[in-house]
Design a binder for this molecule. Structure first.
Ligand code: EPS
Length: 402
């Protein structure tokens, strides 16, 4: 079975939904762990008023019994608490006269007609033939990432069963860079997990980050940044070089670019490899002193490749950095053109975040976990956890002899 998922849901609609197919039977699913990851996604200095309204928790409505997957599709739902404030504006049914009158009275019924530069607004109304920008912005909103994170949390639980851990930390906010030199993976991640404001492992830049967010907010502006996702424990051999579409680096980059606001993906040394000589870039292969019978006989002097060579994992940590643009809803808006009058106007302003980069890291972490779980199940897949464990262990034994 191939692991696939679909999501649906508008930002201010009743709920967000995901259906995940292809999970094996017998996987322990912890609701508490999913909800903890959802809570991490909601954190971060620079979030707007919406996060005070929402306390995201997941309802599982199919595919799990007595805490374990059944092998059937798993259905997940995250309700939008804000829906109660948007019932008329986002009503599913046709607008009744009473609803229309209520919206007019509350001055809430007007169509959004001033598209924001950088958002889906203009391209979306042209493409789908809408005359209210809300009809496209609701689905384009990063709110939808709540269910993606819930799917990622389940994939993390699957990967952990096989010794693979995926976590993220913020490495840049605007032009402020975190310095993690000399820190181990465990140190970076435990520091990042403790920092609810930025998910950043470098406390020395904390003050500057606070000031940058607050200054941007005061100016009616927004801030982007970069998160790094690291996956440790993946065996060599996930992904393939045999077809472009099977390469794991391509699949990671594609999936990460599919997250709202992401503008660039680097693996390992990334863009810096283009400036360096081959001898400075490629990770030398060294003999390894095995500590366990399942260890492979090869080591590396460093990990500039970010754990991927030829689109295949090489046993080193997988390191991916993702650039996130500043949010396109500005409280001091940029120039736009009204789609009804074609007059020059300022873009629409509506409640939003000053920055969502700390949330972006958690979302990218979820996406990396999903792509890795897909590649893992392609290689070791079976219908039950027991079958996958057998396949995985047999392969580890095989490569340890090479
Ligand atoms: C978003 C705008 C804000 C964000 C939202 C994404 O929501 P609202 O318009 O309701 O204030 O807070 O993100 C979330 C709701 C979330 O859960 O991450 C946008 O326009 O993309």
């Amino acid at each position: 079975m191939t692991l696939t998922y679909q999501t649906a849901g508008e930002s201010h609609g009743p709920a967000l939904t995901a259906i995940v197919s292809g999970l094996p039977a017998g996987l322990d699913v912890s609701l508490a762990e999913i909800n903890a990851m959802l809570a991490r996604r909601q954190q971060g200095h620079g979030r707007g008023g919406r996060m005070k309204i929402e306390t995201d928790t997941v309802d599982i409505t199919a595919g799990v019994r007595h805490g374990k997957t059944l092998g059937s599709p798993v259905a997940l739902m995250v309700r939008n608490a804000d829906w109660k404030n948007w019932g008329d504006r986002m009503a599913i049914e046709p607008l009744t006269a009473a609803r229309r009158a209520r919206l007019r009275k509350d001055k809430l019924g007007a169509a959004v007609t001033q598209p924001r530069p950088g958002h889906v607004d203009l391209a979306g109304i042209l493409k789908w033939d809408h005359s209210d920008v809300r009809n496209v912005l609701e689905r384009a909103s990063a709110r939808a990432t709540a269910t993606q994170v819930a799917v990622g949390a389940i994939c993390k639980q699957l990967l952990r069963e096989f010794g693979i851990e995926v976590l993220s930390h913020m490495v840049q906010l605007g032009d402020i860079h975190a310095d993690c030199h000399g820190l181990t993976y465990a140190q970076i991640m435990s520091r990042a997990l403790r920092d609810a404001d930025f998910h950043c492992a470098d406390p020395r830049v904390r003050d500057r980050m606070f000031k940058a967010v607050d200054a941007a907010r005061r100016r009616g502006d927004t801030l982007g940044g970069v998160n790094e996702v690291i996956a440790v424990g993946a065996p060599p051999g996930l992904g393939s070089c045999m077809n472009w579409s099977d390469r794991l680096d391509a699949r990671l980059a594609g999936a990460l670019m599919g997250v709202q606001a992401m503008k660039g993906v680097e693996i390992g040394m990334g863009f810096e490899t283009a400036r360096r000589l081959g001898s400075e870039v490629h990770d030398e292969i060294l003999p390894r002193r095995r500590r366990s019978p399942l260890d492979i006989a090869y080591d590396r002097n460093r990990n500039n490749a970010g754990g991927l060579e030829g689109g295949i994992t090489n046993g080193q940590p997988i390191v991916v950095r993702v650039a996130q643009k500043p949010i396109s809803t500005l409280m001091r808006p940029l120039c736009s053109v009204d789609i009804k009058t074609h007059q020059a106007v300022k873009a629409v302003r509506e409640r939003s975040d000053t920055t969502a980069v700390p949330a972006g890291g958690v979302i990218c972490e979820a996406v990396v976990a999903i792509v890795l779980a897909q590649a893992f199940l392609e290689k070791f897949g079976g219908d039950s956890m027991r079958e996958i464990r057998r396949n995985h262990l047999g392969y580890l034994r095989q490569i340890a002899r090479r």
